[in-house]
Design a protein around this ligand. Structure first.
Ligand code: ACO
Length: 328
């Protein structure tokens, strides 16, 4: 059995925030941000925009490209770490898409690796579970969880959603060729947005106070080192499982966190710059949305063509990281 990618779509908020806009609220500059990260702009939710409506719009575009009706879906996987509801948003996305059957919809939480895990889960549901049409959405609104007075983090992130539709097919048509997936809780201290409970070290009393989450806390240098060390190894391992080498692959598509990370990984794997997909300059780090957002742009602009192979990798909080070798 196989499963193939039959559609993609994406959605970003309307408000565009440039590096110069950020320089008005924190002590930074366009030059510092673009030289260190490659980011020039990001989109941030405003007005009535939220995670769910970004996810729904991205999903509608992917379903349209796939020529799949909402009721033809057997499963919706919403990969996000910033849901509107801690119990998850996937069933609400299912309702807002107009699905009338009680097909399964659930969230997957794995920060910036979420979308790669979503692809893997979809492949298991299809290849082992008899599911036929699966929608995988990567969506995050990090703007709700960053400290807009902290120049070390607020410059990095943007909000977005991206989606793909996967369909059961014969093994020869398989579009999800291999995976390599990891996590390391030891590294969690370098990146997180933990619950604020028990801040002063006191023992929780009954009844406990209502909880809230801290803003994103990050040791940028450690995260940088982790990405440059682990991502090339993971991609090499996924390529080996697929029986391929970097030279057989048409595109390298990494989680869009920092252009210097993308360049370093591409160099390590000997991918020439013309084979590297990057749209980070326009959107910043959109967490679980970054891979499907960049994929959607690359497909719609005609860069990625049917039959092309892509080495994709997500990495981020957890720490989590993982790679997928995909055929479009
Ligand atoms: N503008 C101007 N100066 C700044 C800014 C800013 N926005 N941010 C930090 N600085 C200053 C610091 O205060 C420091 O000043 P000092 O030398 O006087 O102390 C100096 O710039 C250097 O700061 P560093 O943090 O050491 O800068 P670094 O070169 O490590 O770059 C960066 C920081 C861009 C965050 C980098 O470490 C990085 O990209 N790391 C990866 C982070 C990442 O990708 N995180 C997200 C991935 S995981 C996920 O997606 C959830």
């Amino acid at each position: 059995k196989g499963c193939k990618l039959v559609g993609c779509g994406s959605e970003v908020p309307s408000l565009s925030v440039s590096n110069d806009d950020l320089a008005k609220i924190v002590d930074t500059s366009d030059e510092w941000i673009s030289v260190r990260t490659g980011i020039r702009n990001r989109r941030v939710i405003s007005g009535k925009e939220n995670l769910r409506n970004l996810a729904v719009e991205a999903a509608k575009k992917a379903l349209k490209m796939a020529n799949v009706e909402p009721d033809d879906l057997d499963l919706i996987l919403l990969c996000t770490s910033t849901p509107e509801d801690i119990f998850g948003d996937a069933p609400k996305v299912q309702r807002e898409l107009g699905c009338t059957k009680s097909q399964l919809a659930h969230d997957i939480t794995a920060a910036c690796s979420g979308f790669v895990l979503g692809l893997f889960s979809a492949s298991c549901y299809i290849k082992g579970g008899g599911f036929r049409n699966v929608l995988v959405i990567g969506a995050d609104v990090m703007s709700r969880f960053v400290d807009w007075t902290n120049r070390g983090t607020c410059i990095l992130f943007g909000d977005a959603a991206g989606a793909v539709v996967l369909q059961a097919c014969d093994a020869e048509e398989d579009g999800l060729l291999s995976f390599d997936l990891h996590s390391d809780g030891e590294g969690a201290r370098h990146l997180g947005a933990p619950i604020n409970d028990n801040e002063n070290g006191s023992v929780l009393e009954f009844p406990p106070n209502r909880s809230s989450y801290a803003c994103v806390q990050m040791n940028g240098k450690e995260v940088f080192r982790f990405a440059v060390r682990c991502v090339p190894q993971s991609i090499e391992s996924a390529l080996e499982k697929a029986g391929l080498t970097a030279s057989n692959i048409d595109w390298l598509l990494l989680h869009q966190a920092n252009q210097r990370i993308i360049d370093a990984v591409a160099t390590r794997l000997e991918f020439p710059p013309e084979k590297v997909i990057s749209n980070l300059a326009n959107y910043g780090n959109t967490s679980a949305a970054s891979i499907p957002l960049a994929l959607d742009e690359a497909v719609r602009s005609g860069k990625v063509k049917p039959g092309h192979t892509i080495a994709a990798a997500g990495f981020g909080a957890g720490l989590t990281w993982g790679s997928a070798v995909i055929r479009w």
